[in-house]
Design a binder for this molecule. Structure first.
Ligand code: NIG
Ligand code: FE
Length: 423
């Protein structure tokens, strides 16, 4: 006997947000169906439309009778789950003392030079057990689920030795087994120069290429490679070497770029065919022009600009230039200890002049594209994975950025499974 297909019908949807029909490349265009219903079959979105019409169609086709569960969300909205394409959420401990060093006037670079920042996390990484790292990361992931995220990228980069970098990536692989979230892994051995290589930076680049990358590839530990290409960190030349070697092993490049300076990282990313450039707190017209003629998507991390009191990326200019902007959290202990994508949407609207439609596109559809998952995630489309957030009844979509500390998610569906989140 063939097992009965799991079929769930969601009804009572006030707004079904970011559907594929009627979508065009314009970020300000957010297709919405009002008074909708949605059918999930075997974990995927099978049908959707106006509730009355869909019910009639399903009845006529004899499908309505075979529905295994009906979920009435009572006038709430449904959004695709957020796809957070940039995090460092596997880390040993918080670093709140550095926040106060900064508030007293030290710069991020000065804190790094004194052994704080990334090196501080790398030291603690070594002395923290696998169990503790996993437990803490799982708690963070659980919070992300409650906040509406369905897909998350996680970087290594607090190891900075062959042993610890590979350990981090193996732990990220382990995390995948214990969470309903989709996790993508990025190798970020080139996050900072560890102490022993302070005076011989090229030797560390060599170690990344000859000792770390081959293991990453052999054990299939990451889909992406990232480099912190920045003054005081990895030069353009070093970045290019790492990216070339990574690409030859099948890894897809993305870069930390233009966080503090016009370091040449944008040109480097475009030349190397990077899928994204992330940060962009400093960005000039020529750099925007370069992105216009490339496949490289700009990823903005407004939580980081907020926490660091740095300038916000010029989102408006980029969107008006026709670029497909991505929003991500950059969840990490140093520059943004938050993975709350709704807060990123609030910052995008309040601080970067984005409209709510653009901010939702940037954190769902474009987030998925930034992880090369646009065919299966990030919007409501037939055949896509049923990764959905159920919001409580809202007066309007503008209420999402407006209510910047109010939890709005009242249910989450991941891979077709309804999770009880008791929010
Ligand atoms: O994206 N800029 C480099 N990396 C992180 C910060 C990591 C840390 O401070 O621990 C970032 O901001
Ligand atoms: Fe980052």
């Amino acid at each position: 006997m063939t097992p009965k297909t799991q079929r769930s019908l969601i009804i009572g949807i006030r707004r079904l947000v970011n559907v594929d029909d009627g979508w065009n490349e314009q970020m300000s265009h957010l297709p919405v169906i009002e008074g909708a219903a949605l059918l999930i079959e075997a974990g995927k979105i099978a049908r959707y439309g106006k509730e009355e019409t869909l019910k009639k169609e399903l009845a006529a086709e004899g499908i309505l009778q075979s529905i295994t569960e009906i979920i009435d969300i009572g006038g709430g909205d449904i959004l695709p789950s957020y796809c957070d394409s940039h995090t460092h959420l596997l880390f040993p401990t918080s670093r709140e003392t550095e926040l106060f060093d900064r508030l007293r006037g030290l710069s991020y670079e000065e804190i790094s030079k004194r052994g704080g920042g990334i090196l501080n996390s790398a030291r603690k990484m070594e002395s923290t057990s696998d169990e503790e790292l996993l437990e803490n990361a799982l708690m963070r992931l659980d919070q992300l689920v409650r906040n509406g995220t369905g897909t998350v990228e996680i970087k290594s980069g607090y190891g900075l030795t062959p042993v610890q970098e590979i350990r981090m990536l193996r732990l990220i692989k382990e995390l995948k087994k214990h969470t309903p979230l989709t996790i993508c892994a990025t190798f970020l051995g080139a996050h900072a120069f560890p102490e022993p290589f302070r005076e011989k930076r090229d030797a560390y680049v060599e170690q990344i290429i000859s000792e770390m990358l081959p293991v990453v590839a052999k054990e299939n530990l990451a889909e992406f490679v990232d480099v912190f290409c920045e003054k005081g960190f990895f030069s353009v030349e070093q970045t290019e070497r790492i990216l070339m070697a990574s690409k030859s092993l099948g890894l897809i490049p993305r870069l930390h770029a233009n966080q503090f300076t016009h370091s040449g990282a944008i040109g480097c990313a475009v030349r190397q065919g990077a899928i994204t450039v992330d940060h962009l707190e400093v960005m000039n017209d020529e750099e925007i022009e370069l992105l216009k003629h490339s496949r490289t998507m700009p990823t903005l991390l407004p939580g980081c600009a907020f926490f660091m009191s740095s300038p916000y990326p010029p989102a408006r200019k980029m969107i008006d230039a026709g670029l497909q902007v991505v929003l991500a959290s950059d969840f990490n202990p140093g520059t943004n200890p938050s993975g709350d994508m709704k807060f990123m949407i609030s910052l995008a609207c309040l601080k970067m002049g984005m409209c709510v439609s653009e901010a939702i596109q940037a954190s769902t559809r474009n987030g998925a594209k930034a992880l090369l998952l646009g065919d299966s995630r990030g919007s409501i489309g037939i055949g896509k994975r049923a990764d959905l957030q159920i919001l409580k009844p809202l007066p309007s979509l503008e209420y999402i950025p407006y209510a910047y500390t109010e939890p709005l998610v009242k249910g989450v569906i991941l891979g077709g499974n309804l999770l009880n989140i008791n929010s």
